[in-house]
Each structure stands twice: as C-alpha cells, then as structure tokens.
Ligand binder design. Structure first.
Ligand code: ZN
Length: 59
C-alpha cells in the first residue's frame, strides 16, 4: 500500500484565512482575507453580515 501525498499542495497558499463568527447564530466560519471586503452570508443561518466586524482574533 502506498501512502499518497500531494507534494504541490502547500504551495497553494496565497491567501490568508481568517475566522469570523456569525453574529446571528455564532457559527465559526473560515473565509479568505479578500472576503473581508465583501458582505458575507452565513452558510448556516443565511444571515448577511460584514465579516470585518465579526473577526475572531487569531492566537
Ligand atoms: Zn449564522
């Protein structure tokens, strides 16, 4: 059995990921940094909100 590992996978990181919390249902949502500029729609409850105001500071 061969252990398949994709070597090119990690070079695929150009955009920073940020975590935001939906103000309506408190769901954790991971988005790319460029999406902070747009209105985000929560995949769980469908609420639209400004992700910049709901950002979770990273440790
Ligand atoms: Zn939500």
């Amino acid at each position: 059995m061969t252990d398949q590992h994709c070597p090119g996978f990690e070079s695929n990181k150009q955009l920073k990921e940020v975590k935001v919390v939906c103000p309506a249902c408190k769901a954790d949502i991971e988005i790319f940094a460029d999406e902070l500029e747009k209105t985000l729609k929560c995949p769980k409850c469908g609420q639209s909100f400004d992700p910049k105001t709901c950002q979770v500071p990273s440790k």
